[in-house]
Ligand binder design. Structure first.
Ligand code: HEM
Ligand SMILES: *[C@@H]1O[C@H](CO)[C@@H](O)[C@H](O)[C@H]1NC(C)=O
Ligand SMILES: *[C@@H]1O[C@H](CO)[C@@H](O)[C@H](O)[C@H]1NC(C)=O
Length: 327
C-alpha cells in the first residue's frame, strides 16, 4: 500500500518512519526525548492557543474550592496512561454493550471528572474538535502538581483519544498489596526504572486511601509498620471500608513528607511501605526524604515519561467531542 501510492504524503511517511527508527535506536541507547514522536510542546499554538490557559484557570479555580481534588487529577492521569496508554479511556462511560474502565472496582474512587468536563466544554467553545481529552487530563494533572506546591514543568501535547475502554483492562493497574520487587517488575514492563517508580509513587504525597485499600495489613502484626501508626489505621477503619486515611501527614501539599513517613514506618499502603523495606528501593526513598529538590526533579521527568505511554497519534485515535463517549 505504502509503495503503490506516490504522493508527497508517502515520501513524508517514509521520512517519518525513518526518523522513528532513528529515534527508537537513540532511545535504545539511553537518550531521552521530550515527547513521543508526534507530540510537541507547542502542538496547539496555531489551532487552539488558549487551551493550556483554559485548563490552568479551570483547575486553579476548582482546586481553590476543593484542594483535595489535586490528588484526584494526578491519579486520573496515572490510571489513564497505565491502561491502553494516555488516551482518555479513563473518562469513557459504560454503555449497555460495554463496561468501561471507570466502573471497575479499581477505579478506586477516582475524582475530578467534573474539572475535565468544565475545561473541555470551554475549550470546545473556542476551538471545536481540536484538543483531545487525553491532553486535557495530562495538562490538568501537571497543573494540579504545581498548584499543590510541586514542580513546574511543561509537557508535550498531541495525544489522541482512544476508542476502547474496558473494565477488564484495569487488571494492569498495580495493586496496593504488591511488594517492591513486584512493583519494580510491573513498572519495568512499562519502561520505568526502579528509581522512576519510587519517584512516581511520591504522588502519594497527596490524597487519601480508603480503609479497604489497607485493612488487610491490620490483620496480623506487620513488622514494617510502626505500632502506634497501626493503631491510627485501625481507628480510621473503625469508620468502615470507605473511611479515608491521608497518604502522608500533609495531604494537600506536594512535598517529600511521604518519604519521611515511609522512613518512620508510617506508610499507609503496603506497597508504599515496601519501597522502604525493599533493598533496591530503600536508598531512593532515603535520597528523596533528604533532598526534596531531587524528588521534584525526578518526579517531573517521570511524569513526562508516563504521559508518553502508548500515546495514540494521527488516525490511531480521535478528538472526542464529549470526553465521556467515543465519537
Ligand atoms: C506504585 C504503585 C501504585 C499503587 C499500588 C497505588 C495504589 C493506590 C491506592 C490503593 C490508592 C488509594 C485508593 C483508595 O483507597 O481510594 C491510591 C491513591 C492515590 N494514588 Fe496511587 N498507586 C500507585 C502509584 C501511583 C502513581 C504512579 C500515581 C500518580 C503519578 C498515583 C497517584 C495517586 C493519588 C494522587 C492518590 C490519592 C487519590 C485521592 O486522594 O483521590 N499513584 N493509589
Ligand atoms: C467506580 O466503580 C463503581 C462500581 O465498581 C461505580 O459504582 C462508581 O460509580 C464508579 N465511580 C466513578 C467515579 O465512575
Ligand atoms: C514479593 O512477592 C512475591 C510474590 O508473593 C514473592 O515471591 C517475593 O519473594 C516477594 N519479595 C520480597 C522482597 O518480599
Amino acid at each position: 500500500m505504502l509503495f503503490m501510492r506516490s504522493s508527497p504524503m508517502v515520501i513524508a511517511d517514509v521520512l517519518i518512519s525513518g526518523l522513528l527508527l532513528m529515534e527508537m535506536t537513540i532511545v535504545g541507547l539511553g537518550f531521552r526525548f521530550g515527547g513521543a514522536d508526534g507530540l510537541r510542546m507547542d502542538y496547539y499554538l496555531m489551532t487552539c492557543p488558549f487551551a493550556e490557559q483554559i485548563v490552568k484557570t479551570t483547575v486553579n479555580s476548582a482546586l481553590q474550592e476543593d484542594p483535595t481534588l489535586a490528588a484526584g487529577l494526578i491519579r486520573m492521569h496515572f490510571h489513564d496512561c497505565f491502561i491502553e496508554g494516555c488516551d482518555g479511556s479513563v473518562l469513557i462511560n459504560s454503555t449497555k454493550d460495554n463496561t468501561a474502565e471507570r466502573d471497575s472496582p479499581a477505579n478506586l474512587s477516582l475524582r475530578g471528572y467534573e474539572i475535565i468536563d468544565d475545561a473541555k466544554e470551554e475549550i470546545e467553545q473556542q476551538c471545536p474538535g481540536v484538543v483531545s481529552c487525553a491532553d486535557i487530563v495530562a495538562m490538568a494533572a501537571r497543573d494540579a502538581v504545581f498548584w499543590a506546591g510541586g514542580p513546574v514543568y511543561d509537557i508535550p501535547k498531541g495525544r489522541k483519544d482512544g476508542r476502547r475502554s474496558r473494565i477488564e483492562d484495569t487488571i494492569n493497574l498495580p495493586a496496593p498489596t504488591l511488594n517492591a520487587s513486584q512493583l519494580i517488575d510491573m513498572f519495568g514492563k512499562r519502561g520505568f526504572t526502579a528509581q522512576e517508580m519510587v519517584a512516581l509513587s511520591g504522588a502519594h504525597t497527596l490524597g487519601v486511601a480508603r480503609c479497604s485499600s489497607f485493612k488487610q495489613r491490620l490483620n496480623d502484626a506487620d513488622p514494617s509498620m510502626d505500632a502506634s501508626f497501626a493503631k491510627t489505621l485501625s481507628r480510621t477503619c473503625s469508620g468502615g471500608d470507605n473511611a479515608e486515611q491521608p497518604l502522608d501527614p500533609t495531604r494537600t501539599t506536594f512535598d517529600n513528607a511521604y518519604y519521611w513517613a515511609l522512613q518512620a514506618k508510617a506508610g499507609v499502603l503496603f506497597s508504599d511501605q515496601s519501597l522502604f523495606t525493599g533493598p533496591r528501593t530503600s536508598g531512593v526513598v532515603n535520597g528523596y526524604a533528604m533532598n526534596q529538590a531531587m524528588f521534584f526533579f525526578d518526579f517531573q521527568r517521570a511524569m513526562i515519561k508516563m504521559g508518553n505511554l502508548d500515546v495514540k497519534e494521527g488516525s490511531k485515535g480521535e478528538v472526542r467531542s464529549n470526553c465521556h463517549r467515543v465519537n
